[in-house]
Design a protein around this ligand. Structure first.
Ligand code: CO
Ligand code: CO
Length: 312
């Protein structure tokens, strides 16, 4: 029998599980770790931590305490390990989250991440389902990290584009999360990560029993990502995401293929995607821009049609 205190489990592929402790407090639990996506160990630590903390913000909560998960090969120097952990530590401090230990094992391939516990009022949980016809969709970070990372492996990503991308991945979703929590009618929220904008929008649409229309011209893009995608520099994960969504996707003939590729691009530590009424979205975007954060209306929610996602 289902535990009545388990408010969010894994049945809708939500960002984290939520467990009611009392009538006014629920614990959010999430874990994320991965192999290095950048060469700089301090930056890798920051990105891995920002990515792990993000799921707490996506659920409408605040991170409270985290545990490190670290896998290191014998050859990795103590100095490198220290820098990875320092990056994670600094992001946790920025998030107001304590690191209370962790676990390290030997592994031929290094990996780092965190298990994070956060909290939220049980009535204020934001789920990745619940979007309603009439809502618009707001995205709080530009997309293209998978494409720019792939380009960098072939020395095709410009230095300044690479730096802007890593800064975006290392940035916490904290401010965006707090501003979204200030809105009173957010119907659904998730963070854009491995499934790409397309995959996460599809999960929101199918779980909400609605159709989501994405406006290709309005998607914020990291500088340089479009040019690389036009040259066919697209990670394998983007094709997997496309295959996953394809049976439920309609692309209007006027849409350039490159935008579909960008929307399918798997993101590391991407932004929040929130469904909320237009008036509130406008206030949210104004507040985001005021603190120099990305915030764009990228689509809208309509009554369920033949396809779950329409790109126009
Ligand atoms: Co997530
Ligand atoms: Co996650």
């Amino acid at each position: 029998m289902a535990n009545p205190n388990l408010l969010v489990g894994y049945d809708t592929s939500d960002d984290a599980c939520v467990y009611r402790i009392t009538d006014s407090i629920a614990a959010i639990h999430t874990v994320d770790f991965f192999t290095p996506i950048v060469d700089d160990p301090y930056l890798f630590g920051q990105i891995a931590a920002a990515n792990a903390l993000s799921d707490v913000y996506a659920m409408g909560g605040q991170p409270a305490v985290a545990m490190n998960l670290l896998c290191v090969p014998n050859c990795l120097s103590m100095e490198t390990i220290r820098k990875i952990l320092q990056g994670g530590h600094d992001k946790a401090v920025e998030a107001g989250c304590a690191i209370a230990g962790g676990h390290t094992i030997q592994d031929p391939e290094p990996k780092y991440g965190m298990c994070v516990t956060g909290y939220v009022h049980p009535d204020k949980i934001l789920r990745n389902v619940g979007a309603r016809p009439g809502d618009v969709l707001v995205l709080t970070k530009p997309v293209g990290t998978g494409i720019l990372t792939t380009g960098a492996k072939a020395d095709m990503t410009a230095k300044e584009d690479y730096d802007a991308m890593t800064a975006s991945m290392a940035a916490l979703n904290r401010t965006a999360g707090l501003l979204i929590q200030e809105c009173s009618h957010v119907h659904a929220c998730t963070d854009v990560t491995g499934f790409g904008l397309l995959g996460h929008a599809y999960e929101m649409a199918s779980g909400s029993d609605v159709t989501i229309c994405l406006h290709s011209a309005d998607i914020p893009l990291l500088h340089g990502a479009r040019e690389l995608a036009e040259m066919g520099i697209i990670p394998a994960g983007a094709y997997r995401n496309m295959d996953y969504v394809k049976p439920h996707l309609k692309v209007e003939p006027s849409v350039l293929q490159v935008f579909v590729d960008l929307m399918a691009d798997p993101q590391t530590s991407g932004g929040l995607l929130a469904a909320l009424p237009f008036d509130e979205a406008q206030t949210l975007i104004r507040n985001l821009h005021q603190v120099s954060q990305t915030g764009e209306i990228i689509g809208e929610v309509v009554a369920k049609q033949d396809h779950s996602v329409i790109i126009n």
